[in-house]
Design a protein around this ligand. Structure first.
Ligand SMILES: Nc1ncnc2c1ncn2[C@@H]1O[C@H](COP(=O)(O)OP(=O)(O)OP(=O)(O)O)[C@@H](O)[C@H]1O
Ligand SMILES: [Mg+2]
Length: 396
């Protein structure tokens, strides 16, 4: 097998602080690049040291969200612009972009309509395209671990190792064997990241960092809340098609999983139960049907699958002796606004379950939300904010 090569440096933009950068930087193409492989490797070259204004771009299956923040690495961030596109209508299905033109047009229109001028974007691939796995291996220094993780990854990643880019974070000694350490491995298929970066370029943008949805949500919440080192927080990003689960403790993601559950599941369940059209059902899910419909059981039934996944995660973390019992649940994503979801989880787990405010410590001019309830908009922007908070080289 080849030695770890430059592709190893080609890391998925995770939120990790410990290990070398998470940035996948994409410099402009040069004409002498012939092979896809070389081009893919170039995708991951890094652009350290450049100060740039970065736009967080969250390409969801329902809408695209753009966030522009002002501020540097200090904590004083300010929201200067934000926008949410019109619904994309089937342009992205099961995480696959079915209609590139529609998506690139939607991105361009969104940035233009919100006067977002910066072309440097931080975007996130969905967890579907990414493998996040915790592995146990012999204790090594961070430097030696780099090569060893590469070899280990071969056993854990179901793709040719040359076709993926890897990132890792040493979590600490294994609780079961002090001679071993736990390592969080993140792998993404290069062709997927490349195709995603191409999409940005087709929209006239420069992809600077590629991150992962659930880590971006974590990044946003950590910037706005002080979680105690012992607190075990389940972050649930409830989108349209997907709910990203990310259980963290002390800023470390201990468990991540993407469930095929989201706003669409609520809407479809309501359609089936009450024989409604899609838009009638969507209104009912938002609590706008004027009463009359017994929505609670519909909502709870869908929430049940989220609760089951959370329960399984807890059992797994307990048996593996990794993280303690859940301390709180933080919700984000558009469908987290569905009446009854937070209450259901609160009752089910006996811990606080709240819709997070990713703008609680980020300043903004209230006129940016003229006529809108910030708490009804902010949940949609969580991933975008987490992305906009990223800086090239910030994980060094
Ligand atoms: N007020 C509301 N109450 C409940 N659900 C809502 C409300 N407004 C929008 N939704 C639902 O939120 C979902 C969109 O949320 P979000 O923008 O987070 O998803 P997305 O990022 O586009 O999708 P995904 O992450 O699954 O690809 C849709 O299913 C929509 O029906
Ligand atoms: Mg989303």
């Amino acid at each position: 097998m080849e030695r770890p090569d430059s592709s190893f440096e080609a890391r998925v933009g995770t939120r990790f602080e410990v290990q070398p950068s998470a940035a996948i930087a994409a410099p402009p193409d040069s004409p002498d690049e012939t092979s896809d492989r070389r081009r893919a490797d170039r995708e991951y070259d890094m652009l350290f040291g450049k100060k740039q204004s970065l736009v967080g771009l969250d390409i969801g299956s329902h809408t695209i969200k753009a966030v522009e923040l002002e501020g540097d690495s200090s904590k004083n961030h300010r929201l200067v612009r934000w926008g949410i596109s019109a619904p994309l209508a089937e342009a992205i299905v099961d995480g696959e972009i079915m209609d590139r033109q529609l998506v690139t047009d939607a991105i361009s229109n969104l940035l233009e309509s919100r006067s977002i001028k910066s072309r440097n974007v931080v975007a996130a691939v969905s967890g579907r395209a990414v493998i996040v796995k915790k592995i146990t291996m012999n204790k090594l220094s961070a430097e030696d671990a780099q090569q060893a993780v590469y070899w280990e990854a071969e056993q854990h990643v179901p793709y040719d190792i040359n076709d993926v880019s890897l990132d890792f974070e040493i979590l600490g000694p294994s609780p079961n064997d002090p001679k071993q350490m736990q390592v969080l491995l993140v792998a993404a298929k290069k062709d997927m990241v490349m195709s995603f970066s191409d999409l940005m370029r087709e929209a006239g943008l420069q992809p600077v960092i590629v991150d992962v949805d659930s880590f971006a949500a974590q990044n946003a919440l950590q910037a706005n809340y002080d979680f105690g080192p012992e607190e075990v927080v389940a972050i649930l990003n409830v989108g349209s098609e997907i709910t990203n689960i990310n259980i963290i403790q002390g800023e470390v993601p201990y468990f991540t999983k993407d469930l095929q559950v989201g706003g669409n599941s609520f809407i479809e369940a309501a359609q089936r139960k009450f024989n409604l059209s899609q838009s009638e059902a969507a209104a009912a899910v938002r609590g706008e049907s004027g009463g009359g419909l017994e929505m609670a059981s519909v909502i709870e039934q869908v929430c049940e699958s989220i609760a089951t996944a959370l329960e399984r995660a807890q059992v797994y973390l307990r048996t593996a002796n990794e993280a303690g019992a859940l301390s709180r649940i933080m919700l984000c994503g558009g469908a987290s606004l569905t009446p009854g979801v937070a209450d259901f989880l609160n009752r089910r787990f006996g811990v606080p379950a709240d819709i997070a405010n990713p703008l609680s410590r980020i300043g903004y001019d209230p006129s940016l939300f003229a006529g809108q309830d910030v708490m009804k908009v902010a949940p949609f922007l969580t991933v975008g904010i987490g992305l906009a908070l990223r800086r090239v080289g910030d994980k060094r």
